[in-house]
Design a protein around this ligand. Structure first.
Ligand code: FMN
Length: 183
């Protein structure tokens, strides 16, 4: 099984990248790739840009990564209650590729973390509602509030035992479903 862990952030010190990398480390014996949005930075979507030059190669490369995965771990930052601009731009460009859906029905664990107490509840709600219209097959969601208190940056793991157990339980369930599907 190939696990693709996507941090929906372009921050070099991304909290969501750290969280999604930790989540990906909980899968045993699986091929794992962790990416963020830096290699997929493109001009802001504009209708005339698409007419003139088509969909940028970066968006096609992002779509290929999704197509090559058996499981997606997606962790989104929340900016002003919803998607970060960096994520929304990739999402918009990928949604313009013909004859495909953005997430191609690949099973997904959708996550968010933020420094605040709501743990990205706004972006999780927006994505949970919208992604299914774009081939999003969300099997579980997970939110980590107060990242700076609940994540041990030195050890690169969740330090809040309750939240850590919650994530591990969800991953166990997903791993079991995936193993059944492989048989
Ligand atoms: C423009 C902007 C808006 C933000 N709005 C929110 C918000 O609405 N809710 C929230 O929990 N955090 C908010 N934050 C804090 C982010 O959660 C945090 O900076 C960061 O994006 C966490 O994700 P990352 O490190 O993976 O990029 C905001 C940050 C910025 C720069």
């Amino acid at each position: 099984m190939k696990v693709l862990a996507i941090a929906g952030s372009n921050s070099d010190a991304s909290m969501n990248r750290q969280l999604v990398a930790y989540a990906s480390s909980l899968f045993d014996h699986e091929e794992v790739e962790v990416i963020d949005l830096n290699p997929f930075e493109m001009p802001i979507y504009k209708h005339e840009r698409e007419l003139a030059g088509g969909v940028p190669q970066e968006a096609k490369d992002f779509a290929s990564k999704i197509d090559g995965a058996d499981l997606l771990l997606v962790s989104l930052p929340e900016h002003n209650g919803t998607y970060s601009t960096a994520f929304k731009n990739v999402f918009d460009w990928v949604s313009r590729i013909k004859d495909r859906t953005v997430f191609n029905q690949v099973p997904m664990l959708l996550m968010s973390t933020s420094p605040g107490g709501r743990g990205g509840a706004g972006v999780l709600e927006a994505a949970s509602k919208r992604f299914p219209s774009h081939g999003g097959n969300i099997v579980e969601t997970f939110s980590l509030p107060f990242f700076n208190d609940n994540f041990d940056k030195a050890a690169q793991k969740i330090s809040n035992d309750e939240k850590d157990s919650e994530l591990k339980d969800k991953i166990k369930k997903i791993a079991a479903i995936e193993t059944l599907l492989e048989k």
